[in-house]
Design a protein around this ligand. Structure first.
Ligand code: AMP
Length: 486
């Protein structure tokens, strides 16, 4: 028999948040989600428990749209809460996929919020469906609920079984009637931190979600760690024999908020240091460049570092309109192109007749760069020297950062000189991968034997097997793959 079901959609770079033991758990969660809004603007949701009943509210759009009045939040009773911001694209942006997902299983109700992408859920889903499971969503997260529901034992035994079955990137927060559980995958690919506010505990994708409610950052959840909070006690379980911290490098380059602290590093400082590296690797730049202009906001911190190092003024030559969404979120090319114009406007007087260094954090499809370069050319800039604060993005991501298929990635098809020509700049330089590692504090750069971060989009080194993906996308470094199983 041939079973047909829609393929699970990847592209889930999201924000997760949870509060335990606070009378305003839902309100604090809404604030936390607000601070994590940059991680996803597609939909938002909160599920709470008052130990007897569960309460939920979910909707499409940003946190302030979904939780648009206090009555909505007031209905979410209880002292325990879990919330989610979702980053999706058209087609998968359906209400059925809005998290936290909730299910009543034979050991009680359970809600789950997931950041990251799993790489073997098509296989697991096929097996579960042939065993009779009925899926309500097209999100890979639902597979975890099914795995928990179809095995035996207490909640933690079941959770361990589910976690051992899945592969890929996952930072999870689960809520039951009386507990809140935080989980990070065995490589710690996506971030998750633990905080404390008086007698309450908080989980957040990033520390900026703790700052907004005045909670103290306790620590990052460790790779492969399950932290269970129940009866106001915290218990840590580490079920995986093999774990190895390899957090996603793109969190430092682009995704996380600059004021967040990931694994003890302030993201803003790292970005600034990448800017220093970019300048150190291009020693002649101070002879070419009059002023340094970032593409806001993604290029701001690295442009500051770069300008400091080459001793040239930093100018806001492009002004960003903050009231439009991210260009990446728009699915069609036409809308995406239009969105770039909606978002950025030239501040002409600052750069007319000048030779500029134009700084951005990354080039993916090149859409942003092309539009901005054209805009600056039309406004009388002299030379444009584009400098990118990350290496060329050559390989797609299957762990939750929305870097598209190989065919869409400029750097996977073209040489740097061809990209320079395509974007229309006078010169183009990318920081080296070693330079990024140096900015993170590793004097000798990237150690190829034991890479310290997940950096496959630059290196092709995928730490977790891509079981659902075509063999064609697997990189030459396949032998480096480690299976995070017992
Ligand atoms: P592109 O315009 O396709 O070259 O994309 C690069 C721009 O999108 C840069 O300005 C980045 O700041 C931003 N960007 C890079 N990676 C991502 C991502 N995974 N999701 C959303 N935006 C991104």
């Amino acid at each position: 028999m041939y079973l047909y079901f829609p393929k699970l959609k990847p592209k889930d770079e999201c924000g997760v948040y949870g509060v335990f033991n606070h009378e305003n758990a839902a309100q604090l969660t809404a604030l936390g989600l607000h601070a994590l809004q940059h991680r996803g603007q597609d939909s938002a949701g909160i599920v709470t428990s008052d130990k007897k009943k569960f309460f939920a509210h979910r909707g499409m759009g940003q946190v302030s749209d979904v939780f648009s009045n206090k009555e909505i939040l007031n209905k979410l009773s209880g002292n325990i809460s879990v919330g989610h911001n979702r980053y999706g694209t058209t087609g998968e942006s359906a209400l059925k996929n809005v998290q936290p997902l909730f299910s009543e299983i034979n050991i009680g109700g359970i809600a789950i919020a997931h950041n990251g992408n799993l790489t073997n859920t098509n296989h697991l889903k096929e097996k579960l469906i042939s065993d009779g499971a009925i899926f309500q969503s097209t999100s890979d997260t639902e597979v975890i609920l099914h795995l928990i529901s179809t095995c035996k034992g207490n909640l933690i035994d079941r959770l361990i079984y589910a976690l051992e079955s899945i592969r890929g990137a996952f930072s999870l927060i689960l809520l039951t009637n009386d507990s809140l559980i935080g989980v990070r995958d065995p490589f710690g690919i996506r971030p998750l931190v633990l905080g404390k506010l008086g007698e309450s505990y908080v989980f957040s994708s990033e520390s900026c979600g703790l700052d907004i409610i005045g909670a103290e950052l306790i620590r990052d959840i460790e790779p492969g760690e399950i932290v269970i909070i129940r009866n106001n006690k915290l218990e840590s379980v580490k079920p995986f024999k093999k774990t190895c911290l390899r957090p996603c490098l793109f969190e430092y380059i682009y995704f996380s908020r600059p004021d967040s602290i990931l694994e003890g590093r302030n993201v803003y400082n790292v970005r600034k240091k990448i800017g220093y590296q970019l300048a150190s690797e291009n020693k002649e730049d101070n002879k070419l460049i009059d002023i340094v202009i970032p593409i806001p906001d993604s290029g701001n911190a690295s442009a500051l570092g770069y300008a400091e190092k080459i001793k040239r003024p930093f100018e806001l030559g492009i002004i960003r309109n903050h009231y439009t969404g991210r260009t990446f979120i728009e699915d069609s090319n036409t809308v995406r192109n239009l969105a770039v114009r909606l978002k950025h406007n030239p501040n002409t007087s600052s750069f007319i007749d000048k030779n500029i260094a134009l700084i951005d954090d990354s080039v993916v499809r090149g859409t942003t760069s092309i539009k901005i370069v054209e805009m600056l050319r039309n406004c009388g800039v002299n030379k444009i020297h584009m400098r990118i604060a990350s290496p060329p993005v050559k390989f797609p991501c299957f762990y939750g950062i929305d870097t598209p298929t190989k065919e869409e990635l400029l750097a996977s098809k073209y040489s740097i000189d061809q990209i320079r020509n395509y974007i229309g700049v006078d010169s183009l330089k990318f920081v080296s991968l070693d330079g990024v590692y140096k900015a993170l504090g590793f004097k000798n750069g990237r150690n190829n034997q034991t890479p310290l971060f997940t950096d496959h989009y630059f290196s092709g080194d995928y730490p977790v097997r891509l079981i659902d993906q075509d063999a064609g996308v697997l990189p030459s470094q396949l032998s480096l793959l480690i299976e995070p199983t017992k």
